[in-house]
Design a protein around this ligand. Structure first.
Ligand SMILES: Cc1cc2nc3c(=O)[nH]c(=O)nc-3n(C[C@H](O)[C@H](O)[C@H](O)COP(=O)(O)OP(=O)(O)OC[C@H]3O[C@@H](n4cnc5c(N)ncnc54)[C@H](O)[C@@H]3O)c2cc1C
Length: 611
């Protein structure tokens, strides 16, 4: 039932292009996409609503499967906890740029999200009495910051793997139609109306048009614009790029998270769950430096703070190693049993990639580009917005590609696996309700035209520039100029580099001219998306003259609530290859949502962030 040719209302070939029709098309089969598919399939039972999932990766290869440490929910299984504390931590962790109504939903629906997964068969770690076990994670605290709390549900350090497998099995059970190794490359969107998606089939090079009443974007992040990253090679922001090219806005793109503990020089992630289990960050002299910066929760401060402190230690000459360019994650006191049973994968990563055994030696670590807080703006029903408030009928987004915004300017660890489940489910359910009341929007003439032109141009490209070189130049410079610390000068330089790369991109050469598994062609197209998005990230970052969450400006070191307590909304308004971004990107703003109590007072007023 799960093969791509399962019953469809209409599947035909017109002028060499395959035509399909589904009420709902989901792009992406990671955690968000598959959670949406399950919700939609369940909600659609007994109706004629059909659901198709297009995914460039085989579903179980999606990046969700690499997630390690856990999924937050205030189950209070091992100590006192509640959803209100979780809401507070999420808002404070996000440096108050979080939309507070969305954070309340996230924390409240977390409990059911975990229980849903348990009922679907997910093998969580257990307490001796058989309840789901919970561990500590950065920024999650008891009673508004008093001490760390055990809130992260986990399955060893393979939580994402277990979530992805569980969701996939349930999709199979429900007969969801998957189109595996199909690259969505265009959203059919005219005059505020969605009519479908155009995709490229990797195995054959053929084009497919999917007519749909509703489209859900669940395409994940875009960490591959950086060199040092925990992200998989496939995280090139295609979905976010498609939305951008259609003139729809992107929100808060300047906020990118740099996770403190990437393996030094490599960026491969060591989960924060290690510090949750008690591991300690030390500088060259063995000092537990986080005690100086965050005296209450120390190594378990939120990621933006820990990453900055690490870079500061190195800059001030207290880094470890021959070049003093990293700090150390000390797990040695945890003992072999904890490492082998609760953190087996990362223990193995350190041994395999650095030849260091965490049981007996501290591991060299430095921040690694990890998570996009910004993305496709949505409301709490997962509907995509075309301006600050107006949803596009039938268009949804969930997961890392979306910006609800529950993470504000800095996501707390374990809140993403939660986000994909809560808002993935909402997207699926709401799409089913929507499609039952509407007809299909007619397709434009020759709907595959744009993608055909793009593919033919790239396939025939015979210039002298290599994709690998351009990508490497982008990534190295992003690490150098737009990472943990930024200045107006570094960002301006980066914009020039991006413009130069775009010019060179016009002169690329492709070696493979074939139609089967042409990965050369797709890497070139993916680089196009990365360049578009890198420009939005850097331009938005240059514009925001303050420091908040993951965005640290050395030339504006303070958070400035008076001028900058607002989301950035970026729009593509002209020719992306024009030299000055001002000529093709318009920046606008959207107010942050605050919630009030019965007495009319703000429940979570912005405060100085102390830990
Ligand atoms: C190493 C690592 C560890 C992490 N650990 C944790 C953790 O412990 N806890 C936590 O909360 N978060 C963690 N995160 C973050 C979290 O895993 C991700 O943010 C989340 O899983 C993203 O899920 P997603 O469904 O949005 O996207 P993904 O899982 O990345 O899935 C994206 C999907 O989109 C599809 N796709 C993309 N482009 C196209 C296209 N053009 N056409 C068709 N399909 C497309 C892909 O095939 C894929 O199926 C971690 C992340 C990493 C990288």
């Amino acid at each position: 039932m799960t093969d791509a040719h399962a019953p469809e209302a209409q599947a035909a070939v017109v002028d060499g292009v395959h035509h399909h029709q589904f009420d709902i098309v989901i792009i992406g089969a990671g955690g968000a996409g598959m959670r949406a598919a399950i919700a939609a399939a369940e909600e659609a039972q007994g109706t004629s609503v059909s659901v198709g999932v297009i995914t460039k990766l085989y579903p179980t290869r999606s990046h969700t499967g690499a997630a390690q440490g856990g999924m937050a929910a205030a189950l209070a299984n091992v100590e006192e906890d509640n959803a209100e504390w979780h809401t507070y931590d999420t808002i404070k962790g996000g440096d108050y740029l979080v939309d507070q109504d969305a954070a309340q939903i996230l924390a409240k629906e977390a409990i059911d999200a975990v229980i849903d997964l348990e009922n679907m068969g997910l093998p969580f770690n257990r307490t001796p009495e058989g309840k789901i076990d919970q561990r500590r994670f950065g920024g999650h605290t008891r009673d508004h910051g008093k001490a760390p709390v055990r809130r992260a549900c986990y399955a060893a350090d393979r939580t994402g793997h277990m979530i992805l497998q569980t969701l996939f099995q349930n999709c199979v059970k429900l007969g969801v139609n998957f189109f595996n190794e199909y690259y969505a490359l265009d959203l059919l969107y005219t005059e505020g109306k969605v009519s479908g998606v155009v995709a490229y089939e990797l195995a054959s090079g053929q084009l497919h048009v999917f007519q749909a009443k509703a489209v859900i974007f669940a395409t994940g992040g875009f960490g591959k614009m950086f060199k040092t990253t925990s992200n998989a090679h496939t995280l090139t922001g295609d979905g976010v790029g498609m939305i951008w090219r259609r003139g729809l806005p992107l929100e808060d793109m300047e906020f990118f998270q740099f996770h403190p503990t990437g393996l030094a020089g490599l960026g491969i992630l060591l989960t924060e769950g290690a510090r949750g289990e008690g591991a300690i960050l030390r500088n060259a002299s063995g000092e537990r430096f986080m005690e100086r910066y965050a005296p209450t929760i120390k190594d378990l401060a939120p990621r933006d703070i820990v990453a900055r402190c690490m870079v500061q230690e190195v800059r001030e000459g207290r880094g470890a190693g021959p070049n003093k360019d990293y700090v150390l994650l000390d797990c040695t006191h945890l003992g072999a049993e904890v490492l082998e049973t609760k953190l087996p994968d990362i223990t193995e990563f350190a041994r395999l990639y650095l030849g260091i055994d965490p049981v007996v030696e501290p591991v060299p670590v430095m921040p690694t580009a990890h998570y996009a807080m910004g993305g496709i703006p949505t409301n709490t029903d997962a509907e995509v917005l075309l301006d600050n408030t107006t949803p596009v009928p039938g268009l949804y987004a969930a997961g890392e590609c979306a910006c609800v915004s529950v993470h504000g300017s800095n996501r707390l660890g374990t809140n993403s696996l939660l986000d994909i489940n809560v808002f993935g489910k909402r997207a699926g359910q709401n799409a089913v309700a929507y499609v039952q009341g509407v007809d299909f929007t007619p397709l434009p003439d020759d709907p595959a035209k744009g993608v055909r032109t793009l593919v033919e141009q790239v396939r025939g490209a015979s210039g002298s520039e290599s994709i690998a070189t351009l990508r490497k130049t982008l990534q190295e410079n992003m690490d150098d100029k737009a990472q943990v610390y930024r200045t107006a000068d570094s960002l301006r330089e980066m914009l020039h580099i991006i413009h130069d790369l775009r010019q060179r991109y016009k002169n690329i050469g492709i070696h493979d001219r074939g139609s089967r598994f042409n990965t050369d062609l797709l890497e070139a197209i993916e680089l196009g998306f990365l360049l578009d998005l890198a420009e939005v990230v850097v331009y938005s970052a240059m514009n925001r003259e303050e420091s908040r969450g993951g965005h640290m400006r050395e030339d504006f070191q303070k958070r400035d609530d008076e001028n900058w307590m607002k989301h950035t909304m970026a729009y593509l308004t002209g020719d992306a290859t024009s030299p000055d971004p001002e000529d093709h990107i318009k920046l606008d703003y959207k107010p942050v949502v605050f919630v009030k109590g019965d007495d009319g007072e703000l429940l979570y007023p912005p405060m100085e962030r102390k830990y």
